[in-house]
Design a binder for this molecule. Structure first.
Ligand code: BDR
Ligand code: CA
Length: 313
């Protein structure tokens, strides 16, 4: 099956996304790397190990990466959304992990997994892009081993951390710019606009809870549900990261369109915004001998019901 590495900051929706990949028969989950984000790195690493243990996958190596952003020391946190421990205060309800994080850290694990790969590997970053930026900057020789980077982040016409900035990008805009704009690796960006359209109801969660692993995941959602109930206006949650991982393991389940992107790295009100250039062809200054900018495949649409079925498995 296809080869996948997940870079993550669990996080309730991260936990669902990890489980989706860890339980999929079509995927070889080579490793999981962790980053600061929703909660501090110690929590995200412990949570990733526990979710893999829940899924009966203590064979998957886990390594801890960046504890803070590349440039600006200001840390965004989302404990008010995911709970103080990142899993609605319920992380201790998951089985204790049987393995320790890899001693060399996230970037070293990424390099060794990619070097050893004999076919292209998909990387699914579902947290701030710090580890991936460090990897590409310091170890460019592994770039040909990366088939696609399928990331959850950004927005076309909305934000959540600020009016226009999405949490993962806002948490480390310089890292996001490195990955989305500066590096010549194929990227698929799954923005908030689409993940919100894929929100799931409590009826969907109840169906998931029919299986023991599904029940354990559903038990992690109370704080998250309370937060999304306020923002959606109905009883549901947005499993942002599971939407991106669904595309990583089932290429084409999301419809994408190629657009050039900029990431706002200024220290003004737009910091962390993804500027998706949807100007009509011919209006981007083409034809002046300008070098065509990199385009990112932006996920714009999906069969929402079909995606829900796919994630239910
Ligand atoms: C993203 O931010 C985090 O809170 C979620 O896990 C997701 O990766 C959504 O903006
Ligand atoms: Ca996340």
């Amino acid at each position: 099956g296809m080869k996948l590495i997940i870079d993550t900051d669990p996080g309730v929706d991260d936990a669902f996304a990890i489980a989706l990949a860890a339980l999929s028969e079509d995927v070889r989950l080579l490793g999981v790397t962790t980053v600061f984000g929703n909660v501090p790195l110690e929590n995200t690493t412990a949570n990733a190990l526990r979710v893999l243990q829940l899924c009966g996958r203590p064979d998957v190596p886990v390594a801890a990466g960046a504890a803070r952003p590349l440039v600006h020391p200001q840390l965004a946190r989302a404990g008010h959304v995911h709970g103080a421990d990142g899993l609605s205060g319920r992380s201790a309800s998951l089985p204790a992990p049987q393995r320790e994080p890899e001693p060399g850290g996230a970037v070293r694990l990424l390099v060794s997994l990619l070097e050893a790969a004999d076919e292209p590997v998909t990387i699914a970053p579902i947290g701030p892009l710090t580890n991936i930026a460090l990897l590409l900057a310091a170890h460019p020789h592994v770039k040909p081993k990366i088939g696609r980077i399928v990331l959850m982040g950004g927005g076309v016409a909305r934000g959540n951390s600020t009016a226009t900035a999405e949490f993962n990008i806002w948490s480390d805009p310089e890292a996001a710019r490195r990955v989305l704009v500066d590096e010549d690796v194929p990227c698929v960006m799954v923005p908030l606009d689409l993940t919100h359209r894929c929100a799931v109801s409590t009826a969907w969660l109840n169906e998931l809870a029919q299986s023991p692993i599904g029940a354990a995941l559903t038990a992690l959602t109370p704080d998250y549900l309370a937060s999304y109930r306020r923002s959606l206006g109905w009883d549901g949650i947005v499993l942002h990261d599971a939407v991106a991982v669904a595309e990583a393991i089932n290429p084409g389940i999301l419809r994408t369109e190629p657009y050039p992107i900029e990431v706002d790295c200024t220290f003004g009100p737009g910091r962390g915004t993804t500027l998706v250039d949807r100007r009509l062809p011919g209006m981007r200054g083409e034809g002046d001998g300008a070098v065509a900018p990199k385009t990112v495949q932006v996920a714009v649409d999906t069969d929402v019901a079909g995606l829900g079925e796919f994630v239910l498995g």
